[in-house]
Ligand binder design. Sequence first.
Ligand code: NAD
Ligand code: UD1
Length: 337
Amino acid sequence: MNILLTGGAGYIASHTLISLLESGYGAVTLDNYSNSSPEALRRVKQLTGMEFKAVEGDAQDRELLVRIIRENNIEGIIHFAGFKAVGESVEKPLMYYRNNLTSTISVIEAMLETGVRNLIFSSSATVYAGDNLMPLTESARRECINPYGWTKYMSEQIIRDAAKAHPELSCVLLRYFNPVGAHPSGLIGEDPSGIPNNLMPYICQTAVGIRDHLTVFGNDYNTPDGTGVRDYLHVCDLAEGHVKALAYALTRSGCDAVNLGTGTGYSVLDMVNAFERVNGVKVPYVIGPRRAGDLDECYADPAKAEKLLGWKAKRGINEMVCDAWNWQKKNPKGYKD
Ligand code: NAD
Ligand code: UD1
């Protein structure tokens, strides 16, 4: 069975591609490489020893999607394509709304035109409002504080409405918590452009000497050590979650939102300390002011993923920091090396 991965060369998609190929699916990737490199796909081929088609193009292009689906007998789509930088979305909201929403609409239109029924969508824990109690269940109140978040919220709504109007569709909205780490081979990993916004790539770039120190954004949060608590999740666990979600989608119809997280929260200092201990390297840091929009803590109730998809995260914090460092060490400049 052939699956189309929009944004297929990206960080999470490239890991998912490995899991799909290893589970016996055929795959086609569509990416405009706006935030990725075709080198990631070359390395997936090297790692798996398997072939797949890689198309360069825009996921907003409905006719291109229809052509790819027809030419390759696509039976399911995992829609990863989108812009994801929160700060940039505040500066360029229309660019975010156009890319992230138009691509979602085009994917659904192409599915309806060709009879593809199964859709897995990359949503985010960012759709949850800041005033919920932890852990977050899928029914927690949703509200966003930046355009990036709203594109996920609105895409979810668009997919939900389409599934209601077209009952043959089977859609799973995967709400990722904080994906980190890399494939244990060190061949593929996260390759942020410019200065990383997220914690783990910043820790890695500090440890390798690209940045001279990490700034911890606030130590006066209502958490055990005062620094922000998040639900970090190994990207290989997340990749396996997509394969499970696809298997689930193939057996039913409708639309479900599912959290993908571990259910365990770690603070910024927990992550720094684990990174130093496991990898035997120093991560110099200073305490700075809070970052606007950050919460004290955010972690998942992952029970629905286990019940519905039979998925549970298997990898712990040591594997997360070990594999993140292995990738960074071997590829200090990411795919540019
Ligand atoms: P990524 O930037 O590495 O991957 C996205 C890919 O989509 C990139 O390869 C990019 O070139 C491609 N792309 C963007 N717009 C496109 C378009 N119009 N047509 C074709 N390709 C396009 O990001 P990622 O971290 O792998 O995230 C994948 C998805 O998961 C995104 O939708 C993101 O918003 C979502 N997500 C990510 C996180 C995270 O922490 N990384 C958390 C929650 C949700
Ligand atoms: C951020 C985004 C969120 C997005 C998620 C995954 C914001 C406000 N939120 O969430 O919308 O879905 O990434 O892409 O940008 N930290 C530091 N120093 C750093 C970087 C981070 O102390 O240099 C801290 C943060 O304050 C936070 C934790 O590390 O407590 C994790 O930060 P990050 O990796 O950016 O993830 P989120 O804040 O969960």
